[in-house]
Design a binder for this molecule. Structure first.
Ligand code: SF4
Length: 357
C-alpha cells in the first residue's frame, strides 16, 4: 500500500530543500518544525503563521498524523499502553511509565521484530517493516497529548511532558538505525524537544556492527544491551543473534563504545529461575562486569507463553542481587510495571479482540 511520507521524518535540511523545490522560502522550515515539535499541532490549519497555500502543499505531500490511536489501556499502577494503527494498517504498541514526576516512554521502532528472542511476545509477530522517524516521534507526541489532555503536571506545576525515552518496545532499534538516529537528533535539538542525550536509551539485543555505527554517527543517546546470559550456549538458545555475534564479540563492541563515548553501558539481564538467576550466573556476571564501566538492570521474567521458563522467587532474586552488589557492581532491579495490561518487558505484541499475532 502506498502512503505519504511523514513530515516529522524530515530533517531541517531536508525540509529546507523541499521548500526550495516548491518555490517557498527555506527559513519556513524552522517555523514549521516549531509547530510540529514545540506546539505539537494536530493539523496543518493550526500553523497560523504559514500561508494557506504552503499548508496545502504540505498536506498534499506529507502526512501530519500517521498514527491513529486504536486502543489505550491504563494499568492499576498508572502505566499506560497504546495500540496505534499505522497508515498502512499495521499495529504497534507504546508504553508510558510514570514515576516520581518522570514520564518515561518505551517506543516501538519496527512493526514486529526479526530477532526471534524466545522470551518475547513481539518475536511471535515476525517482522513487517521499519517505522519511519516521524512515526516514532508521533508515539512520543501522542503521549504528550495524553498528559496534557488529562491534566498531568510536572514537578514545577506546569503541563507534564515526556521526560525519558527508551527504545525498547517492539523491534530491534539498531536494525532501524537511520530512523532511530533521526529521532534522537530531533529530540536532542535545543530548538525542538531539547532533550538531553542521557534521557534517551537505545537498547539492542546485540547487533554488533550497528553498535559501532551508533558511535560513528555520534547519535545522542545512551546504550543498553540485552545481555540476559553470560553463557554462549544458553544465550544462543534464547537469543539467536548470539549465534552471529557471540558474547566475546558483543563485549568487544561494548568496550569500543565505552572507550570512544566515555559513557556507561547498561546491561539488561532477565532473571529466569534456575537459568540466569543462580549463584553460578551471578559469578559469571561479575566476571564480565567487574572490568567494565557498566551498570546492570535486572528484570524478573514475566511469565509468558513458554511453559519451561519461570520467574525466580523473591528470595532467589535477593540472593542474586546481594552476590552481585558484594562485588561492587551497580545493579538495580526494575520493578515490573503494567503487567495487568501486558505492557511489561517482552509482553508487547499486537493483541486485539482475543487474537494475537
Ligand atoms: S526482545 Fe527485542 S530484539 Fe528480541 S524479539 Fe523481542 S523486540 Fe525483538
Amino acid at each position: 500500500m502506498e502512503w505519504q511520507r511523514n513530515i516529522k521524518t524530515l530533517t531541517t535540511d531536508e525540509l529546507k530543500a523541499w521548500l526550495r523545490d516548491v518555490d517557498e522560502k527555506p527559513y519556513r522550515a524552522d517555523q514549521i518544525q516549531k509547530w510540529l515539535f514545540c506546539q505539537q499541532v494536530r493539523s496543518y490549519d493550526e500553523m497560523v503563521n504559514i500561508s494557506p497555500a504552503l499548508r496545502e502543499k504540505m498536506a498534499k505531500q506529507f502526512t501530519l498524523c500517521g498514527l491513529k490511536e486504536d486502543q489505550r489501556s491504563v494499568s492499576v499502577d498508572g502505566t499506560v499502553k497504546w495500540l496505534f494503527e499505522t497508515e498502512d494498517g499495521h499495529h504497534i504498541e507504546t508504553v508510558m511509565i510514570p514515576a516520581n514526576g518522570r514520564y518515561s516512554v518505551c517506543v516501538s521502532t519496527q512493526v514486529g521484530c526479526a530477532m526471534n528472542c524466545a522470551f518475547c511476545r513481539t518475536a511471535k509477530m515476525g517482522f513487517t517493516r521499519n517505522l519511519e522517524a516521524g512515526e516514532i516521534l508521533e508515539e512520543i507526541i501522542n503521549v504528550n497529548w495524553y498528559l496534557k489532555d488529562n491534566g498531568f503536571m510536572n514537578e514545577e506545576g506546569g503541563v507534564a511532558q515526556v521526560t525519558n525515552i527508551i527504545f525498547m518496545g517492539m523491534g530491534e532499534p539498531l536494525n532501524n538505525l537511520e530512523n532511530v538516529h533521526r529521532v534522537c537528533c530531533t529530540l536532542h535539538n535545543q530548538k525542538l524537544f531539547n532533550m538531553g542525550a542521557k534521557r534517551m536509551t537505545v537498547s539492542t539485543s546485540g547487533v554488533v556492527p550497528k553498535i559501532k555505527e551508533l558511535v560513528d554517527r555520534n547519535t545522542p543517546c545512551c546504550l543498553a544491551v540485552s545481555l540476559n546470559s553470560t553463557n554462549n550456549e544458553y544465550r544462543s538458545s534464547v537469543m539467536p543473534v548470539n549465534k552471529t555475534w557471540p558474547i566475546e564479540k558483543l563485549l568487544e563492541a561494548v568496550d569500543e563504545y565505552i572507550r570512544r563515548t566515555d559513557n556507561y553501558v547498561t546491561f539488561e539481564f532477565v532473571l529466569i529461575q534456575n537459568i540466569t538467576c543462580t549463584p553460578k550466573a551471578a559469578k559469571e556476571l561479575i566476571r564480565i562486569c567487574a572490568p567494565r564501566r557498566v551498570k546492570v538492570n535486572a528484570i524478573v521474567l514475566n511469565d509468558g507463553d513458554d511453559p519451561t521458563l519461570h520467574a525466580p522467587t523473591p528470595e532467589e532474586v535477593e540472593d542474586f542481587l546481594a552476590a552481585v552488589r558484594a562485588a561492587e557492581i551497580q545493579i538495580t532491579i526494575r520493578n515490573p510495571r503494567g503487567r495487568d495490561i501486558l505492557a511489561a518487558c517482552g509482553q508487547l505484541a499486537y493483541k486485539k479482540e482475543g487474537k494475537e499475532c
